[in-house]
Design a binder for this molecule. Structure first.
Ligand code: 5AD
Ligand code: SF4
Length: 441
């Protein structure tokens, strides 16, 4: 069959879709050039906010109307359970986020409708990758046990589970042998790697560098793999910003100097209500630790505006925290109650227009902050991996530095290849982009 996968949501979903693509190709199916050309379309859904879920369900509905074989996978399926067939009566199959390994079998059997919400994941499915490319996502941690008051993820992605370190190391080794230079390790809270399940066997030799924590120890093992030039990871919780983590940043140049560290709020009262398990000051201390090590260290974040009971004073605390932390980038989300979460029992009492206003204020703040953070980099030379021609301006190439900053440069006199490391001298700063000229390869 010719298939197409349409993905909503976070990088975890992007990775799951890629694994499904690899599994379907291995089963003899062919990737279509697009939706119109496909007999089978799979929509990978998100449910973190109500809007995200509606988009995915709406998309599946349109595809069903176009008379395709349609499957829905991902987080929204797990949240809706059997109700998914009430919303989409003609849907062919639906699989939860930990059951995507079953898709090739479901398609082969063709007995529809079918619902699989299962919690079991076959290791081989997690390690399936499509050929080609110099970048790859690698899932190291499934699920989440944090149970923040507003978040549906623990309900849909299940309990936290750390994949055995030897599986992760083998997977990254195999990727490196086929040309992957940059890996991004994925999990809801990657710094908790190995806390829940034994990531390393008792029989494993001690870490050569003496690392005791499972995550820095994993970084050490991955940094030793020839060909892996960059290691990124996301997402993180400030409790994981330990001295051992900073030591790994210092000792392994492959480990990128960027951390996505969702803060959610700058008000201690709201943080406590959310069950985030840190205070404003503890969060800022984690950021300081990273910036004391390297002032150019990039820290990005997620923030929720309009959490139940969020006052103007709480909001101003968030604004001031964001300035103190000096975020290089931030993503702002308007609070959306999710059924079954603790905060869904509270009145959603910040009016939509007020959520919108707070969102806009934080976006404007970030523009200014991003501009001034980036201006400090004018005159520096960034080591960049070239990604491809810039989308906006012809003759320009674009790539990212270690801090995940987008860097753009003129390429007409020095052609680049995707995946190539280049040095770019920065001439101009924008809130989200650095512009420069090639200073060598
Ligand atoms: N409403 C709004 N934003 C949410 N997020 C998670 N749950 C909700 C919710 N119920 C945001 C958080 C998280 C990001 C992925 O989505 O900021 O870090
Ligand atoms: Fe990712 Fe959360 Fe959306 Fe699932 S619900 S796709 S884990 S953002």
């Amino acid at each position: 069959m010719k298939f197409h996968i349409h993905t909503y949501g976070c990088q975890m979903n992007v990775r799951d879709s890629e694994a499904v693509e690899a599994l379907l190709v291995a089963a003899g199916h062919v990737k279509a050039s697009g939706e119109a050309d496909a007999d089978l379309v799979i929509v990978n859904s998100c449910t973190v906010r109500q809007k995200a879920e509606e988009k995915a369900v709406g998309k599946a509905g349109n595809l069903i109307a176009a008379k395709k074989t349609v499957g829905l996978m991902g987080c929204a399926v797990k949240r809706m359970g059997a109700d998914v067939f009430k919303r989409l009566p003609k849907l062919d199959f639906a699989v939860g986020p930990r059951a995507f390994g079953l898709i090739p079998r479901i398609v082969a059997e063709g007995r529809y409708p079918r619902l699989e919400l299962g919690e079991d994941m076959v290791p081989e499915c997690l390690a399936a990758h499509v050929e080609g490319g110099w970048q790859a996502f690698v899932t190291i941690l499934l699920g989440c046990d944090n149970r923040c008051s507003y978040c549906i993820v623990p309900d849909v992605r299940g309990h936290e589970y750390s994949r055995p370190a030897r599986e992760v190391v083998a997977e990254v080794g195999a990727l490196a042998r086929r040309g992957v230079k940059e890996v991004c390790l994925l999990g809801q809270s990657v710094l908790r790697y190995g806390v829940r399940n034994a990531a390393w066997d008792e029989s494993d030799a001690p870490s050569p560098g003496g690392y005791k924590e499972a995550f820095p120890r994993l970084l050490e093992a991955l940094a030793a793999i020839p060909g892996i030039e960059r290691i990124r990871f996301t997402s993180a919780h400030p409790k994981g910003c330990t001295d051992e983590l900073v030591r790994a940043y210092r000792e392994f140049p492959q480990v990128c100097r960027h951390l996505h560290l969702p803060v959610q709020s700058g008000s201690d009262r709201v943080l406590a209500e959310m069950g985030r398990r840190y205070t404003r000051e503890e969060y800022l201390a984690a950021v300081r630790k990273l910036r004391d090590f390297d002032p150019e260290f990039a820290v990005t974040t997620d923030v929720i505006v309009g959490y139940p009971g969020e006052t103007e004073a709480d909001f101003e605390e968030t604004r001031s925290l964001m300035d103190e932390a000096g975020f290089d980038n931030s993503f702002v989300f308007k609070y959306s109650p999710r059924p079954g979460t603790r905060s869904a029992a509270l009145p959603d009492d910040v009016p939509t227009e007020e959520k919108e206003r707070r969102d806009q204020v934080l976006l404007a703040d970030q523009e200014r902050r991003g501009q001034s953070r980036n201006e400090a980099l004018v005159g520096t030379v960034r080591e960049v991996i070239a990604e491809g021609p810039s989308k906006r301006v012809a003759d320009r190439w674009s790539g990212r530095d270690s801090g995940n900053r987008i860097v753009v440069w003129e390429s007409s006199d020095a052609p680049c290849r995707a995946g190539e490391k280049v040095r770019v001298e920065i001439l101009e700063a924008h809130p989200q982009v650095l512009v420069g000229r090639m200073a060598g390869k």
